[in-house]
Design a protein around this ligand. Structure first.
Ligand code: PLP
Length: 415
């Protein structure tokens, strides 16, 4: 779908007249995310899927969840998938199945959503928070390698790279580090469903991987849900037990698990949406290209995005993040680094243009992680990013007119 075209008609046969109008007239407001447009385009299919579950009277796990697990396995190229209650739950399952135990250490990025590190704590381990690559803002593999060589954390069991904003971390480098030092690679793919690294799907690039279907994600449930993928059948079986109270059969328990199960209604909704995911991700990529082009035409950025450092401003107020040539980026977020970011955000908000900061405080500076002993200045790239990043409106149904309005707003602020 081209950005300037009206919202596509689906099998439900609904096309929103109001949405069509927003593609031709200058839109008054540009939301960061508008889930209603997606809902309008798939409403009949989603309601039919929910009705199917209600008619079956089977509400937890069951055939809908099993079908979704097969479909996500096929999409990612993983050996198996295990549906669960949330992305946070998926991270815990992924870590425990990969062998993380109380007393272990797990290296992860300081620049992510809280759950990337809190799931490590819930597994009984210590997060070792490290800095990010200045270009992509993903966990810096060179720093991780250096740290392991020079000062290996005690009982290092796993590395947890996050595919931030929908772009895979350097999985060549993390694969090598995992092999060389005998540690598991656990992908936090919460933001990266459909993303690839060298043509291989996120979710099949490490030992285990966690996805979130939180409502704002590229593939989103109508509530909380998540899934874990793995390249190891034994680990998949372990995760199936863990999500169900560590129970191999009803009322028998070999280990401590939890209720981390997925609801059938969520699986049914997700299966409807999964049939659109490739198109939606393609639309996001087109919107990113439109942002790139319009920002360049407005003279707000000095060069096209590329690999390497994004740390020099070249006199431009806005900088793009680096795009790894090996990565198929699915633009969960379109994030720029902006001078006077907070003022820009307020200026845009006054013009009803949505934006968000992912994330305003790196994990090592969160009060709850003070026990790790890191302080301001210790992870300077993450700290600088937290002061500069701004996510602009991004969702499949966004129109070119809306993107134009966002860029005009940014240009007006810096003029
Ligand atoms: C990078 C990352 N990890 C983990 C999570 C946790 O997922 P959930 O909100 O589904 O528990 C999220 C979602 O917000 C995320 O963005």
């Amino acid at each position: 779908m081209k950005p300037s075209e009206p919202i596509a008609t689906t099998t439900s046969g609904t096309t929103s007249a109001t949405l069509t109008a927003t593609t031709t007239a200058a839109p008054a407001a540009v939301p960061l995310l508008d889930l209603r447009r997606q809902y309008d385009s798939i409403r009949a299919d989603v309601l039919a899927a929910i009705t199917r579950v209600c008619d079956s009277q089977g509400y937890i796990l069951g055939p809908e969840v099993e079908a979704l697990e097969r479909e996500i396995s096929a999409l990612t190229g993983a050996v198996a998938a295990v549906g669960c209650a949330s992305g946070t739950e998926a991270l815990w399952l992924a870590l425990v199945a990969a062998g993380v135990q109380p007393g272990d250490s797990v290296i992860t990025t300081a620049f992510s959503f809280f759950a990337s590190a809190s799931a490590i704590v819930r597994a009984g381990a210590t997060p070792v928070l490290m800095d990010v690559d200045p270009g992509t803002l993903n966990l810096d593999a060179a720093l991780v390698r250096k740290r392991i060589v020079e000062r290996r954390p005690a009982n290092l069991r796993a590395i947890l790279p996050v595919h931030l904003y929908g772009q895979c971390a350097d999985m060549d480098a993390f694969g090598e580090i995992g092999q060389e030092f005998g540690v598991a690679i656990v992908e936090d793919a919460a933001q990266a469903i459909g993303a690839e690294w060298r043509g291989r799907g996120a979710g099949s690039l490490g030992t285990t991987a966690a996805f979130s279907f939180y409502p704002t994600k590229n593939l989103s449930a109508y509530g909380d849900a998540g899934i874990v993928t793995t390249t190891d059948l034994g680990m998949a079986e372990h995760m199936r037990r863990l999500r169900n109270h560590g129970s191999p059969r009803r009322y028998y328990h070999d280990e401590f698990g939890w209720n981390g199960r997925m609801d059938a209604i969520q699986a049914a909704v997700l299966r409807v949406k999964l049939t659109h995911l490739a198109d939606w991700n393609r639309s996001r990529q087109q919107h990113a290209a439109t942002y790139d082009r319009l920002l360049a035409e407005a003279g707000l950025i000095s060069r096209a995005p590329s690999g390497g450092s994004a740390s020099s401003t070249n006199g431009s107020p806005v900088r793009l993040l680096a795009r790894s040539p090996e990565a198929k980026h699915v633009f969960h977020q379109y994030v720029v680094r902006a001078e006077r970011r907070d003022e820009l955000r307020t200026f845009l908000a006054d013009r009803k243009i949505g934006s968000e900061i992912y994330y305003p405080l790196p994990l090592h500076l969160q009060p709850v992680f003070s026990y790790l002993g890191l302080k301001a200045g210790d992870l300077p790239i993450a700290e600088q990013a937290a002061n500069e990043v701004l996510a602009l409106p991004m969702f499949a149904e966004l129109t070119e007119g809306e993107i134009r309005r966002v860029v005009e707003g940014i240009a007006e602020f810096y003029s």
